[in-house]
Design a protein around this ligand. Sequence first.
Ligand SMILES: [Zn+2]
Length: 398
Amino acid sequence: MSRFRLQPAPAQEAALAEHCAHARYVWNLAVEQHAHWKPGRKNAPGFAEQCRQLTEARAASPWLAAGSAVVQQQALKDFAQAMANFFGGTHRRPTWRKRGRSEGFRIVAVKTGDVRRLSRNTGEVKIPKVGWVRFRWSRAVPGGAKSYRVTRDRAGRWHVAFAAVPAPIPAPGTGEAVGVDRGVAVSAALSTGELLNVRGLRDTEKARLRRLLRKLARAKRGSRRRARVKTAIARLKAREADRRKDWVEKTSTDLARRFDVIAVEDLKIRAMTRTAKGTRDAPGRNVRQKAGLNRGILAAGWGRLVRRLEHKAPGRVHKVKPRHTSQTCNACKHVARESRESQALFLCVACGHRDNADVNAAKNMRDTAAGHAVTARGGPPSGGPVNREPQPDLPSAA
Ligand SMILES: [Zn+2]
């Protein structure tokens, strides 16, 4: 992961915050323009039109004009991308950005000399209108980064992330395939039998979080105490998120190095999340049950893992339709919902084969990707959703 802790001087911090304010302002203007748009009306302005409007706005407002045109234009570009993601069905509609939450801006057209190392643990990056800002050189900085994003998290920490798609990792050339099943009890199960887990918060940290949440409920709105508690909570949550990202990087590198072919379930995570919630007119089915499931999937960072695998092992990631994978016996290929003894155990009703349920599913995916299609020999699987398995072909409530 190419994210580094920025260490701006106080004056620089003010300048960075100003960039954030400009980016937020421009983003929110774009949100507003699109909010007024309804089907049947003339198209909401696209990126090119918005850029023209931005030029006008900069001419009219000294506050905007004093800021960086790159920062402001990239905010529009980010918004255009967010809308494209929304229409593509992978993301929610972009919404208002609030001060102090998800603050950040992007800088493009970065030149090689704009990032340099000062000492073993310190580097610096040139930020337009801010100057050279130091960051902690905590790992190798990817070469050839063309852009970077500066963010401020809710705990007030600044980070810089260099956008460089990681170099593909050469395949080992063993012809070996692996199936990776996302689990809820475990983060991922491999067809090799390995069970991988994201390191979340430790028990002591969880207890601390619970304590802080109780404190927050008691603290008076707007009080300084409340702000302090909120910062402490944000710091704990940021730590958890860092560990998750770290796990995804390590796991994806490891898999890309060890196997030629990596089979993963083709899940539309966001679509599933939305189906569970449903809409006002068509409330989702099994909402409560799925809410827990989705939390598990999102917490495990599944979508991020698949994305990184595709970066690191391009052309070697096979997305397998998840139909039957959790109900099929890997030994005899009998398909029966009843074989799924519990969340954790697979016990074939036909041949008595026994395995960890996630590992059995991972093996089926591996076999499918390796070309030995999993053919259903048993009866058709019963229609009802298995407790743990999302049914991707449910009608979408979107
Ligand atoms: Zn069997």
